[in-house]
Design a protein. Structure first.
Lengths: 308, 402
């Protein structure tokens, strides 16, 4: 471990530790925004773990997230709470593996379309099962507070950052970067591209399912139309791209300003939220094509610090 | 010069007077409301929720505000869009309570959003008097959120009463035994279809056709086709707004003419009548009101005048009633101190005088008197079944579409 790694690790732990102290300061408005931020940080970072290096845009976050909320919804009365995220992770990984096996051998655009459809597919499946069994909307009434959920999410964020950091240093991470740059070259160098992609997609899917399982007690009422709402997938992609996927901290740099912007717009222009968000998004695409990471690197380049 | 100084003093006097008026009415009750303005439920909220909320604020202020112990207080309404998203509903409630520091909050629109926001209302001590929340979970919910009140009624009762209407019609010899039962495959439709199926079967009805369709289905023709082929006496659809209109449309197109035609949500919307005109005659749906009640008539006229649209014949009135209840609790206690108002609301011996008639809450914060089934009769959606409400109209059987 180099000196630089050590420094980054210390900085990251300090930042996470600081974030974890927030509920001691405020358990109201700030915490509720921070919980949203923490949720999107985990989702966007895990999304970027896969989509960053491979350049495969996945719109399946809502599918995994919804799956996770249903795991909690179905299991919270009979199973111990700590077990639910684990089950969600397992199911998320299995679903991702299935989807990956089917689609990741295909090139980019087919994958995007399929993942977009996946959330809808899973939603319809769940609805069909509910319809068959006469099962209804679920009420997740627990004593879990927003503070607990926030801490769970922070812990999850730490885990995701750690995993991301390890992957980037591994042969696996190297292989993924080669796939992203040129998949044919990767194949010819003897990389099992399908396997590499599926493994990463499974990690990303499992994380999203865990987040869903953790968030379910916050929503209280779980029904397919909100649990699998496709907007979530798009939000995650937008935030990750705004931050930039070139670095591990990139998505975080997108999540924070985007959540604040969203809140600012919701608050000050409640009648024009979508319009202003659309304009903001256009601006981001034109002014910040590489996200904040791209901007940071451009600035570094210009001021000659040479990327150190 | 002289003239000018006179003008000046006049202006000063006017300013002073305005200032005085403002000073007298300085007491303000801040009311926050977050509900869909965008997203899947925006259409419903625009018919049912927002106009009723704005109307109550408008009328209350026009009447000089609410009477507190130390004088009248005007209502200042802050509106937010929750984008039909539980995440946003939570954040909006949190924002209103801790940033805008509103004194009270209007309960959100729809069951899901009300439940998402419930922990915030509860933790920060805001009464949550819901007007568009139908559930069967009152015992659990009121135990967990003692400040949550239910005005609209219970899902179970609505599904049961719909089945009872059929039982009564059969006993009167108006219809036979055959029922077609369809539902939108979502939490609401599944639950309602399940309850009505079991009540109907207990009462010896034969379900000759049963199916469901996913939310957002565009092509509804096969459903009506299948139902028509089964030749039912009654057609019951636990539907959402989009499909309520589509099912009716298709039934007219295919000339499917059961003696009872029931569609659920949005049948009570004025737009249903506007769309189908005389063909709506005899169609049954969820909800209902007593349109002969002067209180409702007055409400409907004011609703029309202020918002340019009529109220729906179900939850508009109950949304308005939730605010009447809140207003009466505030006036009775003479304070905007939430804890005191909450205590008053939780005292179940209190009764509130609303456009729905008198309302009391039981031990589970539940209003036991509500409308369950309505029917279009002569251009008005009349309540034909209710729990504990006066003015129930007689049911008529549907005689074709023409």
């Amino acid at each position: 471990m180099s000196k630089r790694d050590l420094r980054n690790l210390t900085l990251a732990s300090a930042a996470l530790g600081l974030a974890a102290l927030l509920p001691l300061y405020d358990t109201g408005y700030l915490l509720s925004i921070a919980t949203t931020m923490a949720m999107f940080t985990v989702l966007a970072t895990s999304w970027a773990l896969f989509s960053g290096p491979t350049h495969y845009i996945s719109l399946a976050t809502a599918a995994f997230f919804g799956l996770g909320t249903f795991v909690t919804g179905l299991g919270f009365q009979t199973l111990p709470m700590w077990m639910l995220p684990l089950i969600a992770a397992g199911l998320g990984a299995v679903l991702a593996a299935l989807v990956g096996l089917v689609t990741l051998r295909l090139s980019g655009v087919y994958f995007v379309i399929f993942t977009l459809g996946l959330a809808e597919l899973v939603r319809q499946l769940v609805t069909w099962v509910q319809n068959r069994t006469g099962q209804r909307g679920m009420y997740v009434l627990t004593s879990i507070t927003e503070r607990d959920i926030y801490w769970q999410l922070i812990a999850m964020a730490a885990l995701v950052f750690l995993v991301g950091w390890l992957i980037a240093r591994s042969r696996m991470g190297f292989a993924l970067r080669i796939i992203g740059n040129d998949e044919t070259v990767a194949k010819h160098s003897g990389i099992d591209t399908a396997m590499a992609k599926i493994l990463l997609f499974m990690i990303s899917g499992a994380v999203a399912a865990v987040v869903g399982a953790m968030m379910a007690p916050r929503y209280i009422y779980i029904e397919p139309s909100t649990a699998f709402a496709p907007i979530l997938s798009f939000q995650v992609v937008i935030m990750a791209l705004l931050g930039g996927t070139g670095r591990l901290w990139g998505p975080l740099a997108g999540v924070i300003p985007f959540t604040l912007l969203w809140e600012f717009i919701s608050r000050n222009a409640p009648n024009q939220t979508l319009l202003l968000l659309g304009l903001a998004f256009l601006l981001i695409v034109y002014v910040l094509p590489g996200g904040f990471v791209g901007l940071y690197e451009r600035l570094q380049h210009r001021f000659g610090s040479g990327g150190r | 010069m002289k003239r000018r100084s006179m003008m000046m003093s006049l202006a000063t006097a006017a300013l002073l007077a305005a200032g005085l008026a403002a000073a007298q009415a300085q007491e303000v009750i801040r009311l926050g409301a977050a509900a869909p303005k965008t997203g899947p439920l925006a259409g419903g909220a625009d018919v049912t929720h927002w106009p009723a909320v704005r109307l109550w604020v408008h009328q209350t202020n026009a009447a000089g505000g609410l009477q507190l112990a130390d004088g009248p207080a005007l209502i200042e309404l802050t509106e937010y869009d929750d984008q039909t998203n539980p995440q946003q509903a939570i954040q909006a409630a949190q924002r209103m309570a801790t940033q805008d520091r509103v004194d009270f909050m209007v309960a959100p629109y729809s069951t899901g959003l009300n439940l998402a926001a419930a922990p915030i209302f509860s933790r920060l001590g805001y009464p949550q008097i819901t007007g568009t929340n139908v559930t069967n979970q009152q015992p659990d919910l009121s135990a967990q959120f003692p400040g949550m009140f239910f005005v609209l009624g219970r899902t179970g009762a609505m599904a049961e009463d719909t089945a009872r209407v059929l039982v009564d019609l059969r006993e009167a010899g108006e219809i036979g035994n055959r029922v077609a039962l369809v539902n939108v495959a979502d939490a609401f439709g599944i639950e309602m279809a399940g309850i009505s199926r079991s009540v109907l079967e207990e009462n010896g009805f034969e379900i000759v056709y049963q199916t469901s369709y996913p939310l957002g289905t565009q092509d509804i023709a096969p459903i009506i086709d299948g139902a028509r082929a089964a030749e039912p006496d009654a057609f019951i659809a636990w539907s959402y707004p989009g499909d309520t209109f589509a099912l009716t449309d298709q039934a007219i197109v295919q000339n499917f003419t059961p003696r009872v035609f029931f569609t659920a949500v949005a049948t009570a919307f004025p737009s249903y009548q506007a769309r189908f005109g005389a063909q709506a005659e005899g169609v049954m749906g969820m909800g209902g009101v007593n349109p002969d009640d002067p209180a409702f008539q007055e409400f409907a006229a004011a609703h029309m005048e202020l918002t340019g649209q009529g109220p729906d014949f179900w939850a508009s009135a109950s949304t308005y009633a939730t605010l009447e209840i809140l207003g009466q609790a505030i006036e009775a206690t003479g304070t905007k101190d939430r804890a005191v108002v909450m205590e008053y609301l939780q005292d179940k011996s209190n009764s509130y005088d609303t456009i729905l008639g008198p309302i009391e809450f039981n031990d589970m914060n539940d209003n036991e008197r509500f409308w369950t089934v309505g029917q279009w009769q002569d251009g008005v959606f009349r309540g034909v079944a209710a729990r504990g409400r006066d003015g129930v109209s007689d049911v008529i059987v549907k005689d074709g579409w023409d």
